[in-house]
Design a protein around this ligand. Structure first.
Ligand code: G3H
Ligand code: 13P
Ligand code: ZN
Length: 315
């Protein structure tokens, strides 16, 4: 299927039909093939995303070169498979990275100006939207801060971190952004919650009603305990990891989440597979041999998530 030129082609449909699309982070060819293989088995649309760090890594230190290398690889592989694949810049922070991705042919970019006050975030986002829309691609922005909120914090503290639905409406009107990442209590990485995993679905529902846009869940990894245990069994030392459980993720999709950002789960799956492979065959020194089981673990993590999000068969 031809590479998807604008990510809204995938997210517009997901928004109408209320399902979630997996947005999976890559830095290299191994993760890309593992993700694509999983998505093809599920006949699901996917979004491949690369952080600024991924651009730098793939470009041997040069992010603009990295964007081209990654885009060439994704586009070439997308053409060979029967599912829609889009390519997205994850957490872009400045015009330089955004322009590099536009030039390389990305399908969308995220401008993350969420660390600035509302007006500045809106001003920066609007500027990026103009440039990206002129190039025919779409834009994601973020409102609120991506951090967990404990149950016992005051209303004021909660409001300071999580998205404000009225502000979200205003933000979308000012910026004309295409999809929005609302802070509703998730955070990046493997240690998201100390106690119960709770997200603010009430806020999410209001933002969805007021904006009508596809919603993005960052920090959406589930960090399955059995995968962490497997990695630890073969030498890792990861303690206290906790993600967004599958049932909470399913609920998030019901309330309007359409793009589900996943990086940590893939990293953890690869680590578990790689550690086991190296343990099981200590004489092996061909990377293709010990990457293969690691890639299969990533493929399975992708399949599990696509099923939870409801995008199986939506290609
Ligand atoms: O949101 C963060 C993603 O997991 C990318 O992480 O900046 O280490 O590539 P990274
Ligand atoms: P995780 O760390 O939960 O995988 O989140 C990834 C993410 O939000 C990328 O933008
Ligand atoms: Zn993120």
């Amino acid at each position: 299927m031809p590479y998807v030129k604008n990510t809204m082609e995938i997210l517009g449909k997901a928004n109408k039909e209320y399902y979630g699309v997996g947005a999976f982070n890559i830095n290299d060819m191994e993760f890309l093939y593992a993700i694509v293989n999983g998505a093809v088995k599920e006949n699901a649309p996917i979004i491949i995303e690369t952080s600024e760090g991924a651009m730098k890594y793939a470009g041997n230190g040069d992010p603009a070169l990295g964007a081209q290398v990654l885009a060439d690889m994704v586009k070439r592989i997308a053409d060979e498979v029967p599912i829609p694949i889009a390519l997205h810049l994850d957490h872009g922070h400045d015009m330089e990275h955004v322009v590099a991705c536009i030039k390389a042919g990305y399908s969308s970019v995220m401008i993350d100006a969420s660390k600035y006050p509302f007006e500045e975030n809106a001003r920066i986002t609007k500027e990026i939207v103009k440039v990206a829309h002129a190039a025919g691609i779409s834009v994601e922005a973020e409102l609120g801060r991506l951090q967990g909120v404990e149950d016992n914090v005051s209303v004021a503290e909660r409001d300071a971190v999580l998205i404000n639905p009225d502000e979200a409406k205003k933000f979308v009107e000012i910026t004309e952004v295409d999809f929005l990442a609302p802070a509703i209590g998730t955070s990046h990485g493997a240690f998201k919650f100390k106690g119960e995993a709770k997200l603010d679905f009430e806020r999410l529902q209001k933002v969805k009603e007021l904006t009508g846009l596809p919603m993005v869940l960052h920090g959406a990894s589930s960090v399955p305990p059995e995968i962490v245990e497997e990695a630890n069994k073969y030498g890792a030392n990861i303690k206290g990891a906790k993600g967004v459980p599958f049932d909470v993720l399913k609920e998030a999709v019901k309330y309007g989440i359409n793009k589900v950002n996943t990086d940590t789960d893939l990293r953890m799956a690869f680590l578990a597979g790689l550690r086991k492979a190296l343990h099981d065959d200590p004489a092996q020194f061909d990377p293709r041999k010990y990457f293969k089981p690691a890639m299969e673990m990533v493929e399975q993590a992708v399949i599990d998530r696509i099923r939870i999000l409801g995008s199986s068969g939506k290609a």
